[in-house]
Design a binder for this molecule. Sequence first.
Ligand code: ASP
Length: 459
Amino acid sequence: MKVVKFGGSSVASATQYKKVANIILADKDRKAVIVSAPGKRHENDVKTTDLLIQLAGSVNDEGYDQSIFDKVLFRYKEIIEELGLPSGLEEEIAGSLLELISLYKYNEERLLDALKSSGEDNNAKVMTAYLNSLGQKAVYISPKEAGMVVTDEPGNAQILPEAYEKIAELRNREGILVIPGFFGYSYQGNIVTFPRGGSDITGSIIAAGMDAVEYENFTDVDSVYCVNPKMVENPCEMKEITYREMRELAYSGFSVFHDEALQPVFQKGIPVRVKNTNRPEAPGTRIVLDRELNGRPVVGIASDTDFCSVNITKYLMNRELGFGRKLLSILEDEGISYEHTPSGIDNISVILRSYELDNGKEERVIERIKNELLVDDINIERNLAMIMVVGEGMKHTVGIASKAAQALAESQSNIKMINQGSSEVSMMFGVDGGSVVRAVNCLYKAYFTANPSKEKSIH
Ligand code: ASP
């Protein structure tokens, strides 16, 4: 039994719907189907979820913006008409949107979550109707019925552990089960959405709960590439990677698969396969617990921009008991989440995503660090990019770092930070934001197109 998830671009139009139905019906093991809301039909299109966010923002005492409402409705109308489905479906969708608006119009946060969730909810209903129209037994299952109980924080739902027992019962249901992605219900009775892109998370939870043999995640690329194809021309594809490698890559810019989505399947060891709705015959990329290390210690290179580094110096810092704790508790007080803390003997840097210092936090944090920790110097370096070189094979290979250093030198990038965690699945380099494309290209050349003879396996 497989769980299959289709992302926004896979269900963006009637043409895409037909491809999806062919995929579902081509394999009778495809038992549970998770759908996103209709996504972009072309590059400049707007996702239904973004329209719904606009709609929620337009609601006030007098009503709502009718033109946005119509745009949302049109996304479904187009699909319903082109597939020849009953027009009553469209009226049902309009009615349910109006109901959500009137129910939640005095509660901004809940209104936003309820409208966001309707994107996938209505799409799951349309998909069910389409599969039925093809003579298939398909049933719409709401997340409530499926047992998706989640925490109550709007826009940031987390699945509760007890959800899995109820989800397991879905195995006994007859027909193809169509479940909307992206949200669950809290014990307080609220609709709560996962973070953006969260239909991947629903799929993973359902796959884990139903104990699927595989979780197939259909998107619009043939596979996960070793490096961002927008940065490097024609990069090689990854056939198989581990959850840990995927997690490291997703952290630093690989957006193919939601990073939070790996946890449920990872815990159960259920393999994930990322595939292309537009070319289902391509094998895609498999994400697994363990893989054969096939001689190439590095599987991928990812990068992300917009980091900054808070650099702090204090003479004899290394001997001062509690310095690190006090520093981090200032950040905690201010609600700032940090990424890395590379350090020297008398200095420490805290690497953050730049937006963490918005809304006046920067001035406050600097003042507090100066006053409470009596540091000699503090400055902020901006526009940093992080590059992550990832591969399980690195642990057993010497010469990886020297290759990276050489490639970065060739690309004329100044290394501002190097970080390698104890797991040795990744090595991270901080460089100036302006040099990141050059740096990634040189690294790609070094690890993927050059002869790997300089690295030595130490098995
Ligand atoms: N529709 C939601 C979003 O755009 C969730 C998803 O597609 O996974 O973020």
